[in-house]
Design a protein around this ligand. Structure first.
Ligand SMILES: *Cc1c(COP(=O)(O)O)cnc(C)c1O
Length: 381
């Protein structure tokens, strides 16, 4: 089955009790039993919920996995993956990653004796050098946030497999429409469904997808034991958002590519970071592992100062100044003071994240209007 068909149909059957075509929102905390222990597979809503179950079936199909497990946020999903580790274990993670992921690994899990190394994974051979007998998990984010570097998922997974280590890919920026890491050798995929999967900036939700049944059972255990489950209404919203994932993402990527090209040729712009530009170092890998090049674009102004960046950030009218990404509407953000403020400045500068970097989440509006908005905003400097 092709992607668009799966997005609309996978996991979604007419409701057995009424024939409702769209999965109902099962807003209930418990389920009647005929006799003690005799029930229809549903006992208590932290453990099982039919709306959540439909979403999990759908996500497993989109990522070509065996099972999906949903959580109340992307961070709760990541937390469940890290809980698979024991004190003394080590993680090797992409050095340019979501600020919240960095915070969880350093500020929370270091206290429990789980140490993380943050490295540049653009060269898979570099990864090999950091692996020791305590390394238990590689954490990849690609395209990276906010520098939009591309990591060769297949090559890094090969290194991990050689050492018998698991690889987890945070696939939030790409969405399963653009890349399916499990097909490239990854063991675990994590999503902030808050972004492209939900797609309308109206819900916070997270998910894990795996191809191994035994691993899925460990994660279901954690989902129920820890209890960071999403509510049925949130599951419904994500399920509904996914039905147009392929349409939204394709349109947003096409808009983003044209905007990246436009900015690259602009006299007031110094550098554009977008993997779909031929001179981007990750262009060839992105062409191989992604369907399109994504809808995130970062850039630095000709006069590389925070002062000028703030002027542009304050001048756009269609691009809303806000954190987050992946919605139908275009957003503009300042990683140094917004999404990545939890990463120390010296760490940010090491990966090239300057105080003047501007990040765009390109939406599905009409391209002419988006370009006109950026044009008028650039006049502010
Ligand atoms: C937003 C985001 C997260 C965190 O997800 P929440 O749903 O906000 O908890 C993790 N990784 C990436 C790449 C993100 O963009």
């Amino acid at each position: 089955m092709q992607f668009g068909t799966k997005a609309i149909h996978a996991g979604v059957e007419p409701d057995p009790s009424t024939g409702a075509v769209m999965t109902p929102i099962y807003q209930t905390s418990t389920y009647a039993q005929e006799a003690p222990g005799v029930h229809k597979g549903y006992e208590y809503a932290r453990t099982q919920n039919p709306t959540r179950h439909a979403l999990e079936l759908n996500l497993a199909a989109l990522e070509n996995g065996a099972k999906a497990i949903c959580f109340s946020s992307g961070m709760a999903a990541m937390d469940a993956v890290i809980r698979l580790l024991n004190p003394g274990d080590e993680v090797i993670a992409t050095n340019d990653l979501y600020g919240g992921s960095y915070r969880l690994l350093t500020k929370v899990y270091e206290r429990y004796g789980i140490k993380s190394h943050f490295i540049d994974m653009s060269d898979p051979a570099e990864v090999d050098k950091y692996i020791n007998e305590r390394t238990k998990l590689l954490w990849i984010e690609t395209p990276t946030n906010p520098m939009l570097n591309i990591i060769d998922i297949e090559a890094v997974c090969k290194v991990a497999q050689k050492h018998g280590i698991r690889t987890c890919v945070d696939n939030t920026f790409a969405s399963p429409y653009l890349q399916t890491p499990l097909d490239l050798g990854a063991d675990i995929v994590v999503h902030s469904a808050t972004k492209y999967l939900g797609g309308h900036s109206d819900v916070v939700l997270g998910a894990i997808v795996v191809k191994d049944e035994a691993l899925a059972q460990q994660l279901y255990f954690l989902q129920n034991a820890v209890g960071a489950v999403p509510g049925p209404h949130d599951c419904f919203l994500v399920l509904r958002g996914i039905k147009t994932l392929h349409l939204r993402v394709e349109r947003a990527c096409k808009n983003a590519k044209k905007i990246a090209k436009h900015l690259a040729a602009h006299p007031r712009v110094k550098t554009v970071y977008y993997p779909g530009l031929k001179d981007h170092p990750g262009y060839m890998i992105a062409s191989r592992q992604m369907r399109f090049y994504g809808a995130m674009v970062s850039f630095v102004l000709e006069k590389d100062t925070q002062e000028d960046a703030v002027k542009v950030l304050s001048a756009t009218k269609l691009f809303t100044l806000a954190e987050s990404l992946g919605g139908v509407e275009s957003l503009i953000g300042h990683p140094a003071t917004m999404t990545h403020a939890s990463i120390p400045r010296e760490e940010r500068l090491k990966v090239g994240l300057s105080d003047s970097l501007i990040r765009l989440s390109v939406g599905v509006e009409d391209l002419e209007d988006l370009i006109a908005d950026l044009e008028q905003a650039l006049l502010a400097v």
